[in-house]
Write a protein that binds this ligand. Structure first.
Ligand SMILES: [Zn+2]
Ligand SMILES: [Zn+2]
Length: 147
């Protein structure tokens, strides 16, 4: 497959994307524009305060896998059918029957009401965490400062 596939993080109505920490598996939200900002390279998990390489939630990775698989299987089917129709009527004809289950491409958005907005008092950037994380004192994902 020579197709390019880009993984896009879905944004909610306020422009927030949901991330998931691979260390503590807690989720939090940052604005898409800030996540893609050129001067920001690394982020801290607001819950455990650790830095990780990727905060792409497992649900988004699963969705990407499903999309790739569906596209690949769809192509295979089309090509097999082309072979089949090109052999029709010849001495050797091939009939194609495919029966692959399409993977679901639905992404469940987390309940936005489950997050509370925090503005970092150091870098003044907004982010959202679970109320429990807010209660225990979150780390700013942008500067690592504990509120
Ligand atoms: Zn964490
Ligand atoms: Zn900050």
């Amino acid at each position: 497959m020579d197709e390019e596939f880009t993984l896009t993080m879905p944004l909610d109505n306020d422009g927030y994307a949901t991330f998931e920490c691979p260390c503590c598996l807690d989720s939090f939200q940052m604005r898409g524009e800030e996540y893609n900002a050129d001067d920001l390279f690394e982020f801290w998990c607001p819950s455990c305060g650790l830095k990780s390489d990727s905060y792409v939630p497992r649900s988004v990775i699963e969705l990407a896998k499903a999309k790739v698989l569906n596209r690949f299987m769809g192509k295979m089917e089309t090509e097999l059918r082309q072979i089949s129709s090109s052999t029709r009527g010849s001495i050797l004809s091939i009939e194609v029957k495919t029966n692959f289950g399409k993977e679901h491409e639905n992404l469940l958005f987390p309940d936005v009401a489950a997050f509370e907005e925090v503005i970092c008092r150091i870098c003044e950037r907004p982010y959202r965490v679970h109320p429990l994380t807010l209660f225990t004192g979150p780390y700013c994902p942008f500067c690592g400062e504990s509120v």
